[in-house]
Design a protein around this ligand. Structure first.
Ligand code: FE2
Ligand code: FE2
Length: 237
């Protein structure tokens, strides 16, 4: 796989794109870069757990470095279809076109499969509903998805929290012309209730641990922001 050429293609296609009215310039490019890195990190962490290794160095066999390249590139391009919905489906088509010639056909198939299913997360009650609908063309259970799909799903979701969540809140407040007090209220009324639901949607315990830390940081930041926005002095709890 020609990672350098693919990296340049990602930049060329997405860095200057404004995918959403309330998102910053190049959002899908920078989000994609973070998700690609995070997916590789989760993959390594899961390998470590599987092999019972401690944190630190790990020898990655050849088949796993290929899998890491597939995850990284799928992360980079997972939202390339954003704005044309359903974006995972159109994104897989766009990515296949953009990556043609830079990856072997089987690598291309693997990357596009990850992109296609990156947003198909299900909570238990949704899995039951999907099962009742008996849509045989669509994986019905969390376990039906490959490890790669589940890793990409987790990396994608995690990138909405922590400092990325805080940055998004400020971008969104600016585009929506919310005053600080409104932004703070918006965070506690709409973002916080989603934290628990998002936690349920994660596939791996290693992702849940990262989410827990990120969400705690974010909530703490907004508690402090609420205090300091009134000219008060924050004292750590
Ligand atoms: Fe997406
Ligand atoms: Fe995404």
């Amino acid at each position: 796989m020609d990672i350098q050429a693919i990296s340049e293609a990602a930049q060329h296609l997405m860095q200057l794109r404004k995918s959403h009215r309330k998102a910053e310039l190049g959002h899908i490019y920078y989000h994609g870069q973070r998700v690609g890195n995070l997916a590789v990190r989760l993959h390594r962490e899961l390998l470590r757990q599987e092999r019972g290794c401690q944190a630190g160095g790990i020898d990655i066999p050849q088949e796993d470095t290929t899998q890491e390249d597939i995850l990284r590139v799928a992360g980079w391009f997972h939202d390339v279809g954003k704005g044309i919905e359903p974006h995972p489906v159109y994104g897989a088509v766009l990515a296949r076109e953009a990556l043609a010639g830079y990856a072997a056909p089987e690598e291309l198939d693997a990357i596009c499969e990850l992109i296609h299913f990156h947003a198909a997360r299900r909570r238990p009650e949704e899995e039951n509903a999907a099962n009742a609908a008996a849509d045989n063309a669509w994986p019905r259970w969390r376990e039906d998805f490959s490890d790669g799909i589940q890793i990409l799903q987790d990396a994608d979701l995690l990138d909405h929290f922590g400092t990325a969540g805080i940055a998004h809140s400020f971008f969104s407040a600016s585009f929506s012309e919310r005053r600080p007090a409104e932004q703070i209220a918006h965070f506690f009324e709409t973002a916080v209730p989603l934290h628990e639901k998002s936690m349920e949607r994660l596939n791996y315990s290693v992702s849940k641990a990262i989410m827990q830390e990120r969400v705690a940081f974010e909530e703490n930041f907004f508690r402090r922001f609420r205090t300091e926005a009134q000219g008060e002095v924050w004292t750590a709890p």
